[in-house]
Design a protein around this ligand. Sequence first.
Ligand code: BYC
Length: 473
Amino acid sequence: MTTSADYTEKIPNNVSLHEDRRLQRALESWQPNFLSWWESMGPTLPTQEVYLRTAVNVGREGWAHFGHVPMRDYRWGIFLAERDRDRRIAFGAHKGEPAWQKVPGEYRADLQRLIVIQGDTEPASVEQQRNLGATAPSLYDLRNLFQVNVEEGRHLWAMVYLLHAYFGRDGREEAGELLHRNSGSEDAPRILGAFNEETPDWLSFFMFTYFTDRDGKYQLGTLKESAFDPLSRTCEFMLKEEAHHMFVGTTGIDRVVERTVQLMAEHDTDEVAVHGGIPLEMIQKYMNFHYSVSLDLFGGETSTNVANYFTAGLKGRWSEERRKDDHQLTSDGIWVDSVTEDGEIGQAEVAALLGLNADLRREYISDCQNGVNRWNRILEEAGMPQRLKLPSVAFNRKVGAFSGIEATPDGKRVSVEEWQRQQGDWLPNAVDKTHVRSLMQPVHQQGKIAAWIAPPRQGINGKPFDYDYVHLP
Ligand code: BYC
């Protein structure tokens, strides 16, 4: 059974850390490195206290506590969801066997790699977002940014715990490397592409939390199925926190669209830039960018890596247990996006195991579409004929079947020259970026909000929008 979190310990945890002195000491020696990373690579805006949620328990009720805390004193802890002693492996070659409490030697390298890749994204996002505090549109948004940041920090702790507890010396080394690599660094960049991109403004931040954090949701969902029980339980709890990150993205874009629509109606024009808003066309371009780089995070449409992970029981499918098949997929096929023999954007049938990245991406895409429908409803209710649209899966891809070709957002193949001529109409160009950045003036007064975004409908934890979410020096 899981115990509730012990906050008297240096590292709050519900994994009985005090019973394993060696592990405890190893993590306590990683802790100051984490804190110095946070000081040098974390949020740059000086603050006194922030109204933050801290995880205190993993049970269904009352898992979090809210209060004003200095960010440096945030209690980053280690929390695993409760253990189900009867849990059995739900898929792959070991289907039906008891879940593993230790790492089987033959899968050690692959499991470690998956955990390192997952762990690498968490601090990367904090690094990407570090300067956003200086231009927050309201204290409410500032608080949400910091909430996301501290929880990404906790998610790093979650992966570092697994590396230290189950992967010996290699794991400890990898835990060190997670603080050494940095987003966008020339010498030691983060592992996955999207985590080396900039998040220089709040429109990008909302797009990132909508599209990129959502990849996190789906990847964590597959790791929650893992036969390696500690990983499964860790991811289950991370998903709980992740929901808020997605909320920040969804409602953030809602509020940008809402304000744009208000300005369009008020001035009877689409050209809202001169009126201090973000034109729909720019919102579309930011969406095109963040969606396409997030699609790259799923890996190739066909992948032997993912087939091996699944067969070994390391990484399952989204909602694995609800799927109505044999959960082994050795003789099934699946249609995946591909470039056809005549060079067109089409589909091909491949062995189901090889197509599992595409299977997960499909789930992700349909979830992304829900947001787009939501934003289009705002347009529709305001009587506007314009609509936002997810670009084609072939658009702006650097990984997978379409990485070697260029395509328009509508999925029409174009030459490299054509792409170079037109990409500024599809992706944020210098003018768009300059405009969006020009709007990023901080509004740090209680109850006030920037003019390019609508206020939220509700505050956090039952507090009003004009609550003192952040105390600035
Ligand atoms: N960039 O077999 P392939 C989150 C590499 S986000 C650079 O097609 P595979 C979060 C790949 O490693 C979720 N390299 O792909 C969000 C492989 O290299 P090796 C993070 C890439 O392995 C917001 C080679 O290309 N978690 O939590 O089937 C804020 C061939 O690749 C990329 C995970 O991703 C890329 N985009 O799948 C905070 C889960 N894509 O092995 C947090 C763990 C592929 O030949 N990771 N490559 O040297 C995985 O499950 C898999 O590693 C991937 C790739 C899905 C990423």
